[in-house]
Design a protein around this ligand. Structure first.
Ligand SMILES: [Zn+2]
Length: 339
């Protein structure tokens, strides 16, 4: 039944018109991570996704290149016109232009809006289902589900703000984005990722985002990440809204470590904070098992003591902590090409 709910939630879209041109209907299957990047790590057109790691029976375990990280809230003409600067390999010969970075942010925000809206549909549906089938259990479960809905609602508001900013800067970006680091590797890593994360803490135990602060004027600050596998190369970039101030310590630290250490930290950030990365089918089962453990780290949203929860979160997400996560950015894991 839950499987059907997921399907319903993902096919239901509350949008009536394209988010970019306002023309009604006709949404297309848009991708976040450029397809040419996914093709570089795919095997027979298939990829491993986060669902492989959590071994969910409800969601399909592997993703095809065609339906990886897709969303349906913009029209085909916009999808093929607006993102051209970032969806080509040449964009990453050197540090990508701000136009390309702005397009990454725009697409990420659209995908996240769609993702969170779908999650809310799903939570609402499960709440209704429990209420009908198990009224007593519902009394216990409803507050947990409501907390999730509240958190997602806030995420959506933040995403809309980022979306509006990026859309406004489509023609003239005007230095609103700042590149923190750009590394070009001479091998293809087995992971592709594009997204934004709200770091709880950086590399010195400092608080960057207090997720337990629900005051209206408290703004979550996001870090944008893109890991694009190319043919025999990889582009790895971190960038952010130049108005963000809480990352200053992290920015200094991450550029002052060795490339190897930086990649290790970026690997860790993706494993701890993200869930929509794609992995090469060439990775060994044992590596996937080790990644599984870190994928299951989840944050507690329901708390009676926000200060204590923040302290725990800073400890759990400490980027300096010695934990065993396979570093997929090591050359040992590089994708091998036949030709
Ligand atoms: Zn459109």
């Amino acid at each position: 039944m839950l499987g059907r709910q997921i399907k319903d939630a993902t096919t239901k879209s509350r949008h009536e018109k394209c988010m970019l041109c306002d023309k009604p209907g006709g949404f297309c299957n848009s991708h976040t991570i450029p397809q040419f990047c996914l093709e570089n790590i795919a095997w027979n057109g298939k990829l491993n996704s986060f669902n492989t790691l959590i071994a969910s029976e409800l969601l399909s375990k592997d993703s095809g290149v065609n339906n990886a990280a897709t969303f349906h809230i913009i029209c085909r003409p916009c999808d093929s016109k607006v993102f051209q600067d970032y969806e080509k390999a040449e964009a990453y010969d050197t540090v990508p232009s701000e136009t390309a970075l702005n397009q990454i942010v725009l697409k990420t925000s659209l995908r996240d809006i769609y993702k969170h809206e779908t999650e809310i549909e799903l939570f609402e549906a499960s709440k209704q289902m429990v209420k009908e089938k198990q009224p007593l259990l519902s009394l216990m479960v409803a507050p947990i589900i409501n907390a999730q809905i509240k958190a997602r609602t806030r995420d959506i508001e933040e995403c809309y703000e980022i979306f509006r900013k990026a859309k406004g800067y489509l023609i003239t970006p005007n230095n609103w984005l700042k590149v923190v680091s750009y590394d070009k590797l001479d091998y293809t890593v087995p992971i592709a990722f594009q997204g934004m994360v709200a770091l709880v803490t950086g590399m010195n135990g400092e608080v960057i985002n207090d997720n337990f602060n629900h005051k209206k004027n408290y703004k979550i600050e996001y870090l944008h990440l893109a890991v694009f596998p190319l043919k025999g190369a990889t582009a790895v970039m971190l960038f952010l809204d130049s108005e963000n101030k809480r990352y200053s310590q992290f920015e200094k630290s991450i550029v002052n470590v060795t490339l190897e250490k930086r990649l290790e930290i970026i690997n860790r950030i993706i494993m701890l904070y993200a869930e929509d990365y794609f992995l090469s089918k060439q990775l060994e089962d044992e590596t996937l098992k080790q990644l599984e453990a870190s994928a299951q780290t989840l944050q507690d949203l329901l708390t009676s003591n926000p200060n204590k929860s923040l302290k725990n979160a800073v400890k759990d997400y400490d980027l300096r902590r010695e934990i065993c996560i396979p570093n997929l950015f090591l050359r040992d894991y590089a994708v091998k090409f036949d030709d």
